[in-house]
Design a protein. Structure first.
Length: 307
């Protein structure tokens, strides 16, 4: 169960306390609503009002002002109905957040073309998940209280597992791979969001914030006590805009809109490659050298671990 809770990194709240039974199915009410298992009102105060339009209005608020700004009264005002009327469509804010989060996940990416290999496919899956989180940073404030159980989150898990078909990994190991990658992607998104928020709050770009950190380290660290940090500073890695001769770096031109994808993609790619290297080593131990070849029927045969 612990592994299932993390599989894919796209779990979420089930609504209410994450486990309260809904309308007769025994499922949490938010899950019922996400799968369309709850009856929708046939009569309402506003013709044309739908759960989808309510979710869209709530998502707009979360995207522009943060998840904390979403309330039933605020959403009701946005769609032009009373708060009590909104409850005819969505039974609670918790259930609304479940629907918002599932809508934010969207449809997972297509699987890899035939013959492209599992590594390319699962890398694309991880990068697509990262792009989704970067585009909806408010989802990072939604607590994960249960395994993936909404339509889109389950679809993401299905696609990730499909990418690992024929690797020789057993089903538990495949879930472990999704958990590892999903956790890495989410952690990077949280880090990125925190750094960008801090930079914007200080009125600086990401480059300026990094340069300020490098300057701070120079002031605080003595080369004899911190020789490794001194080497990092001397390398210029914290100031990539330094000139080719390695002279004193020039402050970057102001950029009012930091591009977190550009600023942090190199670090993300490095970490993702190292994780995939480890997974590939495990796959090779199961399938033999190559690790990415398929049998005539498109499946792989687990190779013996010893000669």
């Amino acid at each position: 169960m612990a592994k299932a809770k993390k599989a894919g990194g796209t779990g979420g709240s089930g609504g209410a306390d994450g486990g309260a039974a809904g309308g007769g199915t025994g499922l949490p009410p938010g899950i019922e609503a996400a799968w369309g298992l709850r009856e929708r009102p046939t009569k309402g105060p506003a013709r044309g009002l739908t759960v989808e339009s309510i979710v869209a209005a709530a998502t707009d608020i979360a995207s522009s002002e943060g998840l904390a700004a979403v309330s039933m009264s605020r959403v009701a005002s946005a769609v032009g109905v009373s708060t009590m009327a909104l409850y005819r469509y969505v039974s609670s804010k918790d259930d609304l957040v479940v629907l918002m989060t599932d809508a934010a996940y969207g449809t997972p990416p297509d699987g890899p073309p035939p013959g492209e290999g599992w590594r390319r496919g699962i890398e694309h899956w991880a990068r697509a998940q990262r792009a989704m989180l970067h585009g909806c940073l408010w989802t990072l404030h939604v607590p994960i209280t249960m395994p993936p159980a909404t339509p889109n989150s389950v679809a993401w898990m299905e696609r990730g597992l499909a990418c690992l078909r024929g690797t020789g990994l057993d089903e538990g190991e495949k879930l472990g791979v999704l958990s590892l990658l999903g956790g890495y992607v989410r952690n990077e998104a949280v880090l990125m969001a925190s750094l960008v928020e801090a930079a914007r709050a200080s009125g600086r770009t990401m480059e300026e914030a990094t340069a300020s950190y490098a300057h701070l380290l120079r002031r605080l660290t003595d080369p004899e006590r911190f020789p490794a940090i001194t080497a990092v500073l001397a390398s210029g890695v914290l100031e990539p805009w330094r000139d080719a001769e390695g002279g004193a770096g020039q402050d970057p031109a102001p950029d009012p809109e930091p591009d977190p994808e550009q600023d942090l993609d190199g670090d993300f790619a490095f970490g993702l490659d190292r994780i995939l290297d480890g997974i590939e080593a495990l796959v090779r131990s199961r399938t033999g050298e190559g690790g990415d070849g398929e049998g005539d029927d498109g499946t792989r045969t687990r190779a013996p671990l010893t000669p």
